[in-house]
Every structure is written in C-alpha cells, then in structure tokens.
Design a protein around this ligand. Sequence first.
Ligand code: PLP
Length: 413
Amino acid sequence: MIKESVQAFPISKVRQDFPILHQEVYGKPLVYFDNAASSQKPKVVIDAISDYYNQINSNIHRGVHFLSQQATDAYEAARETIRKHLNAEKSHEIIYTKGTTDGINLVASSLGQGLIKSGDEILVSQLEHHSNIVPWQMLCERSGAVLKVIPINERGELIQAEFEKLLSAKTKLLAVNHISNAMGTINPIKEMIQKAHEYGAWVLIDGAQSVPHMAVDVQDLDADFYTFSGHKLFGPTGVGVLYGKEKLLEMMPPYQGGGEMIAEVSFEKTTYAGLPHKFEAGTPNIAGGIVLAKAIDYVNQIGLDAIGAYENELLHYGTQRLKSQFPDLRIIGEAENKASVISFLLGDIHPYDVGVILDKLGVAVRTGHHCAQPIMQHYGINGTIRASFAFYNTKSEIDQMIDALDRAHNMLA
Ligand code: PLP
C-alpha cells in the first residue's frame, strides 16, 4: 500500500518547487536534512511574500482605505484556511502567534493569572522541547503549582502506565508534544487527551513537528489547545498558530496589552476585544499570516497522506542503511510509531565533529541536544546527530549522507 503511494509520489516535480535545493555547498550538491529545525519554502510561498509587499502592504483592521481592506481580507481569509486545515469549529479559535514557543507562553502566562493555583499539578513529559518545559516551570515558580514529568522507556516512548499513575484530581494541565523533535516519537495523544479529560485537566498539544507531516483534526483529538510554527510548515518564520477551544479562550485573561486587543480604553477602565483579537495585541506579522495559508494550500495540493507515506519510506530506508553500514552506530529513539527523524551516534565520535565533516560534504544535519536536554539526560549523552527528512528529500540524498558518514567515520573513529 505504502509502496504504491510512494511510487506515485511526484518527487521530481516537488523538488522543482524548492529553488534552494538546487545548489552546491562547498562544491557538493546540497542535502538538507535539518527539516525538524526549519523547513525550506516552495516558490509559491516565496512569491506570495513579495506579492504581499508589492501589492497590498498596509496595516490591518484599522484602515478604511483600499489597501488596508485588502490586507485585512487576506489576513482573515488566511485564518479561515488555517481553521479548515485544523478542522477547528470557529475561526476565532485560531490565534495568530509568532510560533510554537509564543503559543505555549501565551497559554502559560494567561493561565498563570489565577487559573492555575498553588498545589495544582502540570504534567509534561520527558520528551518535550524546552519550549514546552520552561514556560510551565516559570508558571510553577510564580503560582506554586507543581510540575510532574511522564517518563519514557528505552525506545523513547512515553510510559502510558506511568502517565496514568500521575493523573489525579490535582492535575490541571497536560502539556505534551504530538511528535518529539529529538527522536521522532509519535505520541498517542488522542488517548492521552481522553484520559486527562477524565480528571478534568486541560490539554495543550505542541504540534510543531506534527503539522508539517500529518493531517491534524483538533475536534477529533478533542485538544483544548494545539500550537505550531509556520516556518516548520514550509511557511515563513515569525508566524505561528495557537488553536484554543472557544470556551477556554473566552475564560482566559489577555496575555499582552496594547492596540488591537481592546474594545474601549480610558484611564479608569479598559475593556477587551472579543476573540481572537483579545490575544493579538499590536500589529501582527501580516505577510506571515497570509503566506502561511499559501504554505497550507501547497501541502494540501500534494496531500498529507501521500507526504506521510513517502516520508515513512525515507525513514525506513535511512534507518536500514545506517544500521547495515555502521555496526557501531546507535540509534537514539526507536519508537514503534515514529516520524521521519533519525537521531544517532557514530561510535564514540562527538556528534559535533561528525556534523562539521558532513557539512563540508554538502550534508546539513543538526547536532547537539536539539533543545531537549532532559531526553539526553535520560540516555546519559550530551547530544546526537539528527537527520530529519521532508517530502522533498530523496533516497539518493540518504545515500550521499551515508557516503559522507563513511568519510567521517574513517577520519575520526
Ligand atoms: N516544540 C517542538 C517539538 C519543536 O520541535 C520546536 C522547534 O524545534 C518548538 C517547540 C519551538 O518552535 P519555535 O522555535 O518555532 O517556536
């Protein structure tokens, strides 16, 4: 089944859409395997940025003039595209942010204004990116709430029995990622959301790594909050999305004050705008929001099911090639349900040294702790080499990485 969809995957056409991929670095064809950090942009996205500035650039929601109305319409139409993409019920449940980190901080700061109190418990997991740990730690420091951590097993999967033991009437919030950036583990979030809801807890899902690779339906998941970044979804940097259920967002106080988020201001009393503007103080990244919708249209044209199947094939091919080529290679994170991320160590060679040699041979990977130091602490290591694939990558690029690793291995082992 997967084979068929992979054979049908229009890889040559797709690669034509990404101008940046067709270049050499240090005289070698570029192989870009750092997609979990940030993905490349198709030409339609790049063009849409200049179209915005060439044709309709203007501030939104405030102007009566033509350009302001054009920009406002495009920005709000993009919000509707994002709503449909996540299958949210209402477009005012879509809050524009700067990215995943900003979305999580928005929720943590707002809930910290009296909705999470001393003695409440916030549950995160050992798999989290620092941006889904530190805002909750800061909230705990401010409020007296307690942070609890769901442990992982050796394959890098959340231990569900331990998660269930940690749930109690004190659990106010579960904050967990859909896919781990450091190892690619796909978490069973639908089941976890359901269990957390049995205890009355709210659930925030960090979707930074999932939205670029799979279809997400926030109503089917029953997520209370779901957040992601535009730049990992083949869109621009500096824009992202926080989805929140209307009744929660209504109840939450604003996070930042300023223009756009008010109904009326006087020195005696200020009243706030309704959703989504209550959480969107100041002039936003207007071009970013509009162009993010173009990126979403682009992936939907290819189809997220086809993308997922193709990336899965790359994952299996890469894993097999790495394992068979290097007997001393250790893969960190071998979850049964895994996205197209391979974290590994090559013998006792420092990941940084491998990364530097790979770079000189044209292969861009990430090395280090991937902003997930608690995972590294679990495995007793400082970091890994991480190759993360997107749908514009190919098996022959994986072969180029294997050859480059071979060179690195011969030089450094
Ligand atoms: N969460 C996960 C799982 C991530 O992979 C990342 C970025 O790598 C983030 C959060 C933070 O995203 P951003 O830096 O775009 O806010």
